[in-house]
Design a protein around this ligand. Structure first.
Ligand SMILES: Nc1nc2c(ncn2[C@@H]2O[C@H](COP(=O)(O)OP(=O)(O)O)[C@@H](O)[C@H]2O)c(=O)[nH]1
Ligand SMILES: [Mg+2]
Length: 340
């Protein structure tokens, strides 16, 4: 950003011969607290209205000088450090001024759009299920569906701890200890700044007694192997992801979904083919985005790839009718339309 983007143009200036009463009147009329003193094209000082009321005249060392094309950051730094005002010269004429009120306005704007926000507590989702169920595939496909969310990945099946590496636009760490509470906490710490942590648990059947302190436990089931499904295993599940659906008998999947919804009406069930035709993935991603939005207070911001694409007229969020039916709610100006 340039100085010209942040300065107030055409500043009021006075000369050393201007009287205090004149300066006060000019300040009141213009609603400003700084008026530079210019003598023959040189800064001779700056009048400053103190909070207490009286005007004081400071020397030229309190005024930083720059040009409109200069980097705005330098002007802001001068104000943060020791300058009372930054005077902007253009072709020998005072063209603008930047003062501490501009700095404050910038900070206010930044806060409004959440610049610099830290996310001390990401939403931690542990993805668990037996080897080959489709956990890794689901996790990696999910990364590209949530471009608006800072995601950290924890690989619990790794052999040893590893430093953060890049994985599909996310940061990922190997952390075999993440199966346990303290190990998961350490892994999450190594991904500071993430809004959402997707942790692949050790391969193995979902353990209903196990929790590592996660916010969401995602139970991944292999769609080809639902016959032996025991819903008591899903006691702690926040959601069930039936993966590899393209390879399974649709009737068997439907029956399992119906049984799950009967047994656990509050738990969403996603039928997915992350490694094939992306079936169900947008609903799954929207559900995750909804949890992140609830945590960060950014709910209405389009955070899924689909929502971003259709941004403007539409905003999609995961929707769950009673019974755990998964759909996509489309909010339009006229109201909300739910659909699959
Ligand atoms: N056809 C198909 N193959 C899949 C799907 N999801 C995963 N796979 C394959 O299933 C195998 C095991 O998947 P993976 O994600 O590694 O399972 P994990 O052991 O639970 O992490 C891999 O060869 C994947 O390519 C899917 O939705 N459709
Ligand atoms: Mg895996």
């Amino acid at each position: 950003m340039k100085v010209s983007d942040v300065m107030s143009a055409r500043p009021i200036v006075v000369t050393s011969t201007s009287r205090r009463q004149t300066v006060r009147r000019l300040m009141e009329q213009a609603g400003v607290h700084h008026i530079p003193v210019i003598d023959e094209g040189r800064v001779a000082g700056v009048w400053l209205a103190t909070r207490e009321g009286p005007l004081i005249l400071l020397g030229p060392e309190h005024v930083d000088q720059t040009v409109p094309e200069a980097d705005a950051e330098e002007a802001m730094t001068a104000l943060i450090e020791d300058s009372e005002a930054v005077l902007v010269w253009d072709a020998g004429v005072p063209a603008g001024i930047v003062t501490p009120s501009d700095l404050r306005a910038l900070v206010r704007d930044a806060l409004r759009i959440r610049v610099g926000r830290r996310y001390p507590a990401p939403v931690v989702a542990v993805i668990c299920g037996p080897s080959g169920a489709g956990k890794t595939t689901l996790l990696t496909r999910t990364l590209s569906l949530l471009p608006g969310i800072e995601i950290g990945v924890v690989q619990g099946n790794a052999k040893a701890d590893g430093p953060p590496v890049e994985l599909g636009g996310a940061r990922a760490v190997d952390a075999p200890q993440a199966h346990w509470r303290s190990g998961l906490r350490r892994a999450v710490k190594r991904l500071a700044g993430a809004e959402l942590i997707l942790a692949e648990d050790l391969d193995g059947p979902v353990d209903p007694e196990m929790t590592a302190g996660e916010d969401l436990q995602i139970a991944v089931l292999d769609a080809r192997d639902l016959a032996s499904l025991e819903d008591r295993r899903l006691r702690r599940a926040s959601a069930v992801a039936i993966c590899r659906a393209d390879q399974a008998d649709p009737a068997a999947v439907d029956a399992a979904v119906a049984a799950l919804r009967e047994a656990r009406p509050d738990v969403p069930v996603f039928v997915l083919a992350a490694g094939h035709d992306d079936r169900g993935l947008h609903e799954w991603a929207a559900w995750l985005a909804k949890h992140v939005g609830a945590r960060t207070g950014d709910g209405p911001r389009p955070r899924t790839a689909r929502a971003a694409r259709e941004r403007g007229d539409f905003d999609h969020t995961g929707a769950f009718a009673p019974g755990g039916v998964i759909g996509l709610a489309t909010h339009r100006a006229g109201g909300t339309v739910a659909g699959r």
